[in-house]
Design a protein around this ligand. Structure first.
Ligand code: ADP
Ligand code: MG
Length: 213
């Protein structure tokens, strides 16, 4: 067992106080571990990531990140103080910012900003796009940029919510191979939401099925 990064205990959520959207989920993720969450549409996969990101407050249960309780019924740590990143399916980029500025948006360490941006441009093979705006680049390039942006603040935990569903098969497979390498090299802890078992197997060591309750 490595260092525990994320721990969910008996986590439930309800958007309206009545219908339960996520029922009593328990999960532990160690440093550098990559876990996929599978489950049919409506089973609460996105809700789970939103809870971990601090965008929703749990109905019951607790979320612990790096040993500190960040969410419970009576305790909420702000999203920006959780050291987590979230990449969603689409429209994730700021349309009025260039690729380089999008990537730099969340970086707080000012002295290192230029280097972090250039390293990520390089890592995701988008150096040539640095001055382009999101509408000037392809869907695959947009997702590379979104991934680079989410990694720029060096989050302890990176969460991906079906980030490849808008891409065609060839692009996906190319990106899987690159990401697999990038995540391993950086020992990035990942929670990936997908409904694609093949994708889950390529990008994670552990697959968890979220039951539709
Ligand atoms: P998944 O990502 O697995 O498709 P979601 O987490 O998006 O599932 O949704 C789980 C359940 O919560 C669904 O029944 C959905 O309709 C409901 N839900 C999701 N977002 C909201 C919301 N903002 N307000 C009310 N209900 C929601
Ligand atoms: Mg979803």
């Amino acid at each position: 067992m490595g260092d525990l990064i994320l721990e969910l205990r008996n986590l439930s959520h309800s958007y309206d106080g009545k219908e339960i959207s996520l029922n009593n989920t328990t999960l532990a993720v160690n440093k550098a571990e990559r876990v996929s969450i599978l489950g049919p549409s409506g089973s609460g996969k996105s809700t789970l990531l939103r809870l971990i990101a601090g965008l929703e407050k749990p109905y019951s249960g607790t979320i612990t990140i790096q040993g500190k309780i960040v969410s419970s019924v009576n305790q909420m740590v702000a999203p920006e103080k959780r050291n987590v990143g979230l990449v969603v399916q689409e429209k994730a980029l700021f349309p009025h910012l260039t690729v380089a500025k999008n990537i730099g948006f969340g970086i707080r360490k000012n002295q290192e900003k230029a280097k972090i941006i250039s390293d990520l441009l390089n890592l995701f093979k988008i150096e040539h796009l640095l001055n382009k705006y999101p509408h000037e680049i392809s869907g695959g390039e947009q997702q590379r940029t979104a991934l680079a942006r989410s990694m720029a603040p060096d989050p302890e935990l990176l969460m991906l919510d079906e980030p490849f569903s808008a891409l065609d098969k060839e692009l996906k497979e190319e990106l899987y191979a690159e990401l697999d390498q990038i995540f391993k090299e950086r020992k990035q802890t990942i929670v990936l939401v997908t409904h694609d078992l093949d994708e889950a197997k390529v990008l994670s060591e552990k697959q968890i099925n979220l039951e539709n309750t």
